[in-house]
Design a protein around this ligand. Structure first.
Ligand code: HEM
Length: 211
């Protein structure tokens, strides 16, 4: 998986327009700044374990739903009219898939208690939105591994559409997002700092909700 994901990144780097690269590149900064929390989340979830207990899987999917239920309407407001077609915000919504996965698991999402709105960082501007999107879209990379591990568990596999929302287009979707973010950040240090801070905040919100 690591090799396949790295290949995705390499391809993405080969195709995008000229943009800042090296240590200052926004995507490199995001990856570096969130590596520790990503590692913690990855290790604690148990989602890479093909023998994950059904109840644990159900609880995690409920938590993913509850975070997205707070986050997604905020991103709707922010990106509804964002003028870069490569972003394709509507195509990046995840609540529909989570609702369907929970339905498969016998859970009625509408009956779940809402997370307090403060459990997820505010999305007050585009930088916050991109920080959040980096996290939710990055999860589709690891999601491929998760879905593959669940493929022998028919009941769970049927409830894992959240992890593979783009099918074989996952590389292109990730590449498109990287391009949009690099374009928007450009060489603006303040924008880059704000995106990184938002990504860390969003990752921590997922970590807290999923633990
Ligand atoms: C068992 C759970 C998970 C596994 C095994 C996993 C695995 C991976 C892998 C293999 C990659 C590709 C790394 C690379 O390109 O070199 C990745 C990327 C990423 N994952 Fe996860 N992941 C998991 C959960 C999550 C979750 C829950 C989130 C968010 C809430 C997340 C966010 C990200 C992000 C943002 C990236 C992009 C990193 C970059 O900038 O390249 N992951 N993950």
């Amino acid at each position: 998986m690591e090799a396949a994901a790295t290949e995705l990144h390499d391809r993405a780097d080969a195709i995008g327009p000229p943009a800042p690269r090296g240590d200052d590149d926004i995507m490199a900064r995001l990856r570096r700044s969130t590596a520790v929390v990503h590692e913690r989340v990855e290790a604690s979830l148990g989602l890479a374990d093909p023998d994950i207990p059904d109840a644990r899987y159900r609880a995690l999917m409920i938590s993913f739903y509850r975070v997205h239920a707070v986050l997604e309407p905020r991103l709707d407001t922010l990106f509804g009219e964002f003028d870069d077609p490569l972003l394709d915000w509507p195509g990046r919504r995840k609540l529909g898939r989570l609702t369907s996965d929970l339905g498969t698991l016998g859970v009625t999402p509408a009956e779940l208690p809402e997370l307090p709105s403060t459990a997820v960082p505010a999305v007050s501007d585009v930088a916050c939105g991109f920080g959040a999107l980096y996290v939710t879209e990055g999860a589709t990379l690891g999601g491929q591994l998760i879905a593959r591990n669940l493929s022998t568990r028919a009941n769970l596999a049927a409830a894992s559409t959240y992890f593979t929302p783009y099918g074989d287009q996952v590389g292109r979707r990730w590449r498109d997002l990287r391009q949009v973010m690099r374009r928007w950040v450009g060489t603006d240090r303040a924008r880059a700092d704000a995106v990184v801070a938002a990504a860390i905040g969003t990752f921590l919100a997922f970590e807290a909700a999923l633990s």
